[in-house]
Design a protein around this ligand. Structure first.
Ligand SMILES: O=c1[nH]cnc2c1ncn2[C@@H]1O[C@H](CO)[C@@H](O)[C@H]1O
Length: 320
């Protein structure tokens, strides 16, 4: 058996983040070497508390949590948090007792650059929130792009509407300037957008099966999922929820669950379409140079084996 892939999860927990973190801990193909926190579903301070709490639930307090940025890469403090999706506490308004643990002294950015330097080419960053910490790592360490193995990110809406507004997906909207830095940095970047994750639905019936199982994680998740289900029912009229973060995590576990196109992604940072991700599929050789010309390519997921993803999520969470 090959060594498990070393993963750092950059996260804003978040109900679907909690699912992804538990799924990661249940996946022998990967080794979670740390969590870094960011605002998005909640503010960063709460994201840190929730990350520590989830590791305590899992009995994995050996995994370090490094706190990330409290503001955007341009020092913006008017953040949009999705408490209407995840509850005021980020975990379905369950009033869990506060975590006992503390984050490490190192910041998220320092943790990311340090780990990438220590294990060159071996670290996969799975980014589940706005990309501020990753962009700060790129800016603060000129070798980070070379050192990091891969960055798999949940973000963007490729050729579909966004979920904040018709233009923008929530993670990219959270810090469009940071996202543009990450997409154009030259690292091995894989983007999983909502064009993919909106195909991966955990149904009401799946939740009933989770609830009936005796798994530690499935039992915990069923408590917090109520809020996430009722949001999806109201906002999308679906009898099920989108598995954004778990799908992205599974792209690290088994890349063959998706297919990818390669090309340059730029992010709109201003105006009514702020947060829009625009992919140049390189089908046309443009006569004039443009804002995509000469930028490094990334991989964008274009198809997904949704039944296989849902099955893997269910099997691993029930077997805990
Ligand atoms: O309608 C929404 N508005 C804001 N954030 C959302 C919404 N739906 C899901 N998410 C959150 O944003 C990421 C995917 O874009 C996921 O982390 C999800 O939890």
């Amino acid at each position: 058996m090959t060594h498990p892939k070393k993963i750092i999860i950059d996260t804003d927990p978040g109900i679907d983040d909690a699912m992804a973190i538990f799924l990661a801990l249940q996946s022998p193909e990967i080794e979670v070497i740390g969590l870094t926190t960011i605002y998005g579903n909640v503010y960063t301070t709460l994201a840190t508390r929730n990350a520590l709490h989830l590791l305590e639930v899992a009995g994995r307090t050996d995994i370090p949590v490094a706190e990330g940025s409290h503001f955007t890469i341009t020092k913006g403090t008017k953040l949009r948090v999705a408490d209407f999706v995840h509850g005021a506490d980020g975990l379905g308004n369950q009033n869990f007792p506060p975590a006992n643990g503390k984050p490490i002294e190192q910041s998220a950015t320092d943790f990311l650059t340090h780990q990438a330097r220590t294990f060159p080419g071996k670290i996969t960053v799975v980014a589940l929130g706005p990309l501020t910490n990753i962009a700060m790592a790129i800016q603060s360490d000129p070798n980070f792009v070379q050192n990091v193995g891969q960055i798999i990110l949940l973000g963007g809406a490729f050729a579909v509407n966004g979920n904040v507004n018709p233009a923008a997906e929530a993670n990219i909207f959270g810090d469009p300037d940071a996202a543009d830095i990450v997409f154009t940095c030259g690292a091995d970047v894989v983007a999983i957008g909502i064009n993919i994750t909106h195909q991966v639905i955990l149904s009401d019936a799946d939740r009933d099966r989770l609830a009936a199982s005796n798994g530690l994680f499935s039992k915990y998740l069923c408590k917090i999922l109520e809020c996430y289900f009722s949001y999806h029912h109201d906002a999308y009229n679906t009898r099920g929820v989108y598995l954004h973060d778990p799908t992205t995590l599974l792209a690290a576990v088994d890349p063959s669950l998706m297919t990818y196109a390669e090309g340059v992604v730029r992010v709109q940072t201003e105006g009514i379409s702020r947060g829009l991700t625009l992919f140049d599929n390189k089908v046309k050789r443009f006569g004039e140079s443009n804002e995509w010309s000469d930028k490094p390519s990334v991989k964008v997921a274009v198809t997904v084996n949704a039944p296989a993803v849902v099955k893997l999520v269910m099997d691993r969470l029930m077997d805990s």
